[in-house]
Design a protein around this ligand. Structure first.
Ligand code: MN3
Length: 198
């Protein structure tokens, strides 16, 4: 099997009240599992993608306009990191030094937070908002639709938030802005963001 579903890096109730046990059970066990199953069917052993890294598959599928692989393997990649971009008692303005430098160059913490939240609020329909290191080496806030991710656009994703309704509807109903603000302020694992900078 090319793709497997790893357990969450914390207990299902560890992110409450910001993200409930019920949300994580559905989101991880059902939604992410579906992407893994579909990914194995579309891009697993015996396919032209066999033996490639998940990052390579994201880029190649996007180049080939292979929508099923873009969305399912893209979503697998996105969710692997999404679970790790959160931790209990996360968030806060205290970020690792290497990241702080990029944030300062991009206009400061409050601007970067606002740009990220606005990217998520304005993503029409399902998708993700991101902080990426762009091709010019600078930090930028972006958004992508459905299962796409910044790798497909030649950018390095260092933080991403799922704005599909399955990520917030149980806990926030239709209040996507409230979900994004709470997520950024209370859940982000800045150490993992630093790790993604490489
Ligand atoms: Mn999701």
């Amino acid at each position: 099997m090319a793709f497997t579903l790893a357990p969450l890096p914390y207990a299902y109730d560890a992110l409450a009240p910001h993200m409930s046990k019920e949300t994580l059970e559905f989101h991880h066990d059902k939604h992410h599992m579906t992407y893994v199953t579909n990914g194995n069917n579309l891009a697993g052993d015996g396919s032209k993608y066999a033996g490639k890294t998940i990052e390579q598959i994201c880029v190649e599928a996007f180049g080939a306009k292979d929508a099923g692989v873009i969305n399912n393997v893209g979503q697998h990649y996105n969710h692997i990191h999404f679970w790790n971009w959160m931790k209990p008692n996360g968030g806060g303005k205290k970020v690792p030094a290497k990241l702080e430098k990029l944030i300062t160059e991009a206009g400061g913490f409050d601007k970067v937070r606002n740009d990220f939240v606005q990217a998520g609020v304005t993503q029409f329909g399902s998708g993700w908002c991101w902080l990426v290191i762009d091709k010019d080496g600078k930090l930028a806030a972006t958004k992508t639709a459905n299962g796409e991710n910044p790798l497909m656009y030649g950018q390095k994703p260092i933080l991403g938030c799922d704005v599909w309704e399955h990520s917030y509807y149980i806990d926030y109903r239709n209040l996507r802005p409230k979900y994004l603000e709470t997520w950024f302020d209370g859940l982000v694992n800045w150490e993992y963001v630093e790790k993604m900078m490489g």
